[in-house]
Structures are given as C-alpha cells and as structure tokens.
Design a protein around this ligand. Structure first.
Ligand code: KIV
Ligand code: ZN
Length: 388
C-alpha cells in the first residue's frame, strides 16, 4: 500500500476566525490560542492581518516572536503597504509566510476593484514578487476563486506561481461551492496549469451552505495538499471549514483519502474549549467531534450495543479526540443494561427482581425529568432497599 499523502493544516482561527462577529481576542488571548495551536501541531498559524490595525500588527509580531515549531503567516492585500507591513510583523518568526490575496471573480473585478483581467494579473505578479523579496514562503489567494471563470483562474494561478508563489490557495470566499464544484475547480488547475507542480494547492472553504468540510475534502481528493480551517469552524458569516471535523474525517476515512496530518487529535477538545472560553462562543451540543453530545448515547438499543462492543455505534474513540470517555446518558430512552451498568459503577450493583423494580421507578422518573443524575439513581436504589 502506498504511503499516506501529508496534508498541511493551515489554521486561520486568529485571522479569518477572528473576523467572525463576537470572536475578537486581545493580545494575551491570541498568544494563549497560538500556543495551543502549536501544541495541537498545526503546520501554519495565520496570526492576523497586520495592516488592519496597530493591534493586529502587534499580535502577529508577538506570535512570530513567541511561537516556535510552526510557520507563522500574516495576510496582505496585493499592494506595497500591506505586504511591507506583513513582512515587518514577521521579522522574528522562525518560519514566516506572507499570504497575499487579490479578488479574481467578475463580480469582484467589476464592482469592488474596478480592474480588468490584465490589470489583475499584473497586480498579482507585482504583489507576489514584492512579497518574495522579503520572504521565501509566499501564499497567493485569488479571492472568490470558486466563482471565477476557470480559464482566467488558471491564468492567474500560473502567473502567481511563475512570480514565486509557493502555495496557491483556492478560496470559496462566499461558501457557494458544492463538493462536485470544488473538486472540479481543483482538478482543472491540476490538469491545465503547466507549472502547478511548483506550488502546493490549498483549499479555503466557507460554510454558507454548510459544505465547507465536504468541499475541502473534495479539494484533497482532487490534489489539494493544504486545508485552511479554524477551530470550531468560526469565521466570517457561517464560518470556515472546521479543523476538528476535517482532520478527523481524513483520519477516520484514511482508507479512502489515504492522507495524513500532523495534528495531535487528543488536543482537539481542549483547544475547542479554550477558544470557547476565550470568545464566549459555545459550540452546539451536537457539534461533530467536540460537542458535548458527540460521544453521548441515550437510546437503550445504542447503549446496549455500546456496552457489548463500542464500535457498534462509535466510529471514533472519545479518547482519540480528547474526551475522557463515552457518555451513556440515562433518560427515558435508556434501557436496563445501561442502568445496571451505571448502578454498578456507583457501588450499587442490582440484578434480578430488584433491577426490575428500580428500572420501572427509573422510567417513571425519566418521563418527568429531562436529565437523570447519579444522585437520583442512588435515591431509587436506597428507596427500594428501605434505606431512605
Ligand atoms: O475567504 C477568503 O477569500 C479569504 C481570503 C483572504 C483567503 O479569507
Ligand atoms: Zn476566508
């Protein structure tokens, strides 16, 4: 069997993620988050947009100074002032990367930039060359690539690589793509851009239609070697591709993708919780991988299966992503096996007729209460034994 293909994980929690309403972070919080991302073993931290504000410049500079063992990246529009400011913020980085972007779609060319195709190509070349004079590691993004005419996208990407871009990132800026669409965009670049082998292709997907993770995976299937993502999927509007979801999809379905990342998955839950505590943005209970219910089972049939063999109802182990254990929640859908198991763990083993009576009392209580606590169970057993 061939070796799994390494996929670069480019985390943009501190840049695109921070652009999400309600997610702004101060310098100390960004430094704490950057250290957690380094512990998670992401390959690249996009630390901010240095021209955006003095605070953003300072946080990119401080992260570049403090964090080791990971590339640190600063964002810049395709103009001299932005690029110089990003390069200045990154001077102390162990492995700096400048990320230059310029919109390419007809809508952005006409209404936002008021530039024609030739001007876009010339501006992209000039921007990449200027960045390349300050740093060897240059990422170029044709913003709104997913809505750009394929022929023109190929021309821009070819020109950016010829000018020195080492990564070409393909953003679905407005979350418009579907997996088939995104896969086709990446395949077109692989098939038609003559110098594509000189750069890593990256995907940067937004979640407006809820498909950012699926679209990123379609990109990988068609040749992308880098995924841009954020913790908890935070980001502009509906957010970005969720790091924890895309990493665990690659890992769990390695049979299919044959791709690997450096991520220490056991850090996923702690990192997700750190971000929630810093921003105050809680993840929903049923969020894949890191939500409170991601490894919780309430139905009797599922609990019985789980007690017999966990792989009956779990495709990942909770410990793999940083939870301590599976949660067999006792509620009105639960069965006798899970109740007996929990009572045994609480030091009250019951069986036979006692279990039948306690189980009947438990079902009555569960119809009245949403959640049954351990103390409720102990009270039921003690009542049966005549203790209480
Ligand atoms: O969504 C987007 O297009 C971006 C670019 C700056 C890469 O965030
Ligand atoms: Zn984005």
């Amino acid at each position: 069997m061939s070796q799994p293909r390494p996929i670069t994980i480019f985390d943009t929690t501190l840049r695109d993620g921070e652009q999400s309403p309600g997610a702004s972070m101060n310098l100390a919080e960004k430094l704490e988050m950057a250290a957690a991302l380094a512990d998670l073993r992401v390959d690249v931290i996009e630390a901010g947009f240095p021209i955006a504000s003095p605070g953003d410049f300072e946080s990119v500079r401080a992260i570049a100074d403090a964090v080791r063992g990971v590339q640190v990246c600063g964002l810049a529009r395709c103009n001299d002032a932005d690029i110089d400011r990003a390069a200045d913020a990154l001077t102390e980085a162990e492995a700096p990367r400048i990320h230059v972007f310029l919109a390419t779609s007809a809508i952005h060319r006409e209404f936002k930039l008021k530039m024609d195709k030739e001007e876009i190509i010339q501006r992209a070349i000039a921007g990449v060359q200027r960045a390349r004079n300050r740093c060897d590691n240059i990422e170029f993004s044709p913003e709104d690539a997913a809505r750009t005419e394929p022929d023109f996208l190929c021309q821009v990407v070819e020109a950016a690589i010829a000018a020195g871009a080492t990564t070409v990132n393909i953003p679905d800026t407005v979350g418009y793509a579907t997996p088939t669409h995104m896969g086709r965009v990446i395949k077109t670049l692989v098939d038609r851009v003559p110098n594509i082998d000189r750069a890593v292709i990256s995907v940067h997907c937004h979640d407006d239609l809820g498909m950012a993770v699926a679209n990123s995976l379609a990109g990988v299937e068609n040749g992308a070697g880098q995924i841009e993502c954020t913790i908890n999927g935070i980001g502009e509007r509906a957010g970005n591709c969720s790091l924890e979801e895309v990493v665990m999809a690659l890992r769990t379905r390695n049979d299919y993708y044959q791709a690997t990342t450096r991520i220490d998955a056991t850090r996923l839950v702690p990192t997700s919780r750190l971000l929630s505590s810093i921003t105050g943005m809680e993840v929903q209970r049923n969020k894949a991988i890191v939500g409170r219910n991601a490894f919780a089972h309430e139905s009797g049939i599922h609990q019985d299966g789980m007690l017999k063999e966990p792989t009956t109802y779990e495709i990942m182990r909770p410990e793999d992503v940083g939870f301590t254990k599976t949660d067999l929640v006792l509620g009105k859908h639960s069965g006798r096996a899970a109740l007996a198991d929990r009572l045994k763990a609480l030091g009250h083993p019951v069986e036979g007729e006692t279990l039948n009576v306690v189980f009947a009392a438990f079902k009555k209580l569960a119809d009245k209460k949403k959640e049954i606590y351990d103390a409720d169970l102990v009270a039921l057993v003690e009542k049966r034994a005549g203790v209480a």
